[in-house]
Design a protein around this ligand. Structure first.
Ligand code: HEC
Length: 198
């Protein structure tokens, strides 16, 4: 009888230990509760949709959104950010795309580095145009070829990008591409912030 109680107690203690090590301690160490007003504004509207497009297209398979402290890597020296990122930076994001592999540059602050939406459209349509020889895949399916109706739309991509483009047609970003670029432009985690515990 005693042996059984010891068994059950032992199993219970194992669960308790796992719960402490994996749930309680991390929740204390990574406490994301912000101090004062210093949280980024929540994503909504187009930016929120754009974040879903980012996830759906696997961008986080090659790009991270996490800046390491200056003494733990060259992220800041490379100009990817002016400070390390804190849990508070993702406070309003239910699904932050931190990423684990860096095949391309970190995008935590890409909206601060690049502010021209047409640059992003060209990059997504034909990455080789901006980075010759890059392994970033083209996302042509996020664009549509539509009739120009006699007038070039200011949002249209340069027609030279597609040599097979029939006369009178233009390449336009789809609603997904518009949302994705709005999301990329919104990525700026350079505001000053300090989490409660550090
Ligand atoms: C197979 C890996 C891969 C995937 C998937 C990928 N990228 Fe890239 N991306 C790269 C690489 C590599 C570069 C750097 C260009 C170079 O020098 O070759 C880059 C560059 C960029 C840049 C420019 C960064 C800067 O600092 O100038 C942006 C923005 C970007 N990618 C956005 C995206 C988005 C958005 C997606 C998803 C729709 C995506 N990438 C998917 C590999 C990838």
């Amino acid at each position: 009888m005693i042996a059984r109680i010891v068994w059950v107690l032992g199993i219970f203690l194992c669960f308790l230990l796992g719960w402490f090590v994996y749930i309680i301690i991390p929740s204390q160490v990574l406490d994301p509760s912000p101090e004062g007003e210093e949280t980024p504004p929540p994503n909504f509207g187009l930016v929120e949709v754009g974040q879903q497009v980012y996830g759906a297209n696997g961008c986080s398979g090659c790009h991270t959104q996490i800046i390491r402290p200056a003494n733990m890597g060259s992220d800041i020296a490379r100009g990817w950010g002016n400070r390390r990122t804190f849990p508070v930076d993702y406070y309003h994001e239910t699904n932050p795309f931190l990423g684990i592999v860096r095949i391309g540059p970190d995008l935590s602050n890409i909206g601060k580095r690049k502010k021209d939406s047409s640059w992003f459209y060209i990059l997504l349509y034909e990455p080789n145009q901006i980075f010759p020889g890059t392994i970033m895949p083209p996302y042509k399916y996020l664009f549509r070829k539509v009739r120009a109706e006699g007038k070039r739309n200011p949002e249209a991509l340069p027609p030279e990008l597609d040599r097979t483009l029939p006369n009178g047609m233009q390449i336009m970003p789809s609603p997904e591409a518009v949302a994705l670029v709005a999301y990329l432009l919104s990525l700026d985690r350079s505001y000053p912030t300090q989490p409660k515990k550090q």
